[in-house]
Design a protein around this ligand. Structure first.
Ligand code: ATP
Length: 235
């Protein structure tokens, strides 16, 4: 299998002195869904932020599609779509314009056929002319995903896609991820919930106190550790 992302002995110490990541090494393969599972403060967002070029590491390397994120940032960034934890949308803007705008940020010319396909696959086409403030929480999250997919990235990062949402919305997000999987998008998601990782991911990486403790195929991990053991290890 081809590794679309190669993370090698990655470390991050913030100026405050907090060591958020220590020697994380991981290959992420094209087409897979990998869940990074860990409690608050484990280092999940730091890891994603480094890969997306938002935070500078203090050690190690990351390659995306063979491009080093430090020396070849633009080429690497083009392959990545990020759905952040917080919902930040311009409230008065139409859904379709939000998506077009993000595509423009990447210097891509407009491609209305692609934007229509993205909005349709996320069940947002009928809402394309609605202002984002009129949308439900679930729809807003789907707009964030549409924005992240606007420039045709190969890899999608979902940072805690179901943080603070109810059970119905969580299920809706799981379905959206299932749909993206069928379309062949490589997905890296972070979560606090083992059941969510189990439901969505092909592999699970357990991260705690800045260290990647293990990475295994979901079925193997669930067979080896009971849910209870894993939960206890993380607390
Ligand atoms: P959560 O699940 O709560 O989002 P996380 O696993 O994503 O947590 P991070 O947000 O990566 O964890 O945080 C890892 C550690 O780094 C924590 O101790 C956090 O307080 C610290 N940290 C994160 N961002 C910064 C920053 N900008 N400056 C200083 N310390 C930071």
């Amino acid at each position: 299998m081809t590794a679309i992302i190669q993370i090698d002995t990655l470390s991050k110490q913030y100026d405050s002195g907090t060591r958020a990541l220590s020697d994380v090494t991981l290959d992420i393969h094209e087409g897979e869904i990998i869940a990074l599972l860990g409690p608050n403060g484990a280092g999940k967002t730091t890891l994603i932020s480094i890969i997306c070029g938002l935070v500078v590491p203090t050690g190690g390397t990351v390659r995306v599609g063979g491009h080093d994120i430090r020396t070849d940032w633009r080429a690497a960034r083009r392959l990545i779509g990020l759905v952040p934890q917080e919902i930040a949308l311009e409230p008065f803007e139409k859904v379709i314009n939000c998506v077009r705008f993000t595509r423009g940020l990447y210097g891509e010319g407009q491609d209305d056929a692609h934007i229509e396909q993205v909005l349709r696959s996320l069940a947002l086409w009928d809402k394309r002319d609605a202002a984002t403030r009129e949308l439900s929480g679930g729809m807003k999250r789907r707009v964030l995903i549409a924005k992240a997919l606007a420039h045709r990235p190969k890899v999608l990062f979902l940072d805690e896609p179901t943080a603070g949402v109810d059970v119905a919305l969580r299920r809706e997000m799981w379905e959206v991820v299932g749909q993206l999987r069928r379309e062949g998008v490589t997905i890296i998601l972070t979560t606090h919930y083992l059941e969510e990782a189990e439901e969505m991911a092909d592999r699970i990486g357990v991260i705690n106190k800045g260290r990647l403790l293990l990475v295994k195929p979901t079925s193997e991990l669930m067979g080896e550790f009971g849910k209870k053991t894993l939960t206890v290890e993380l607390t």
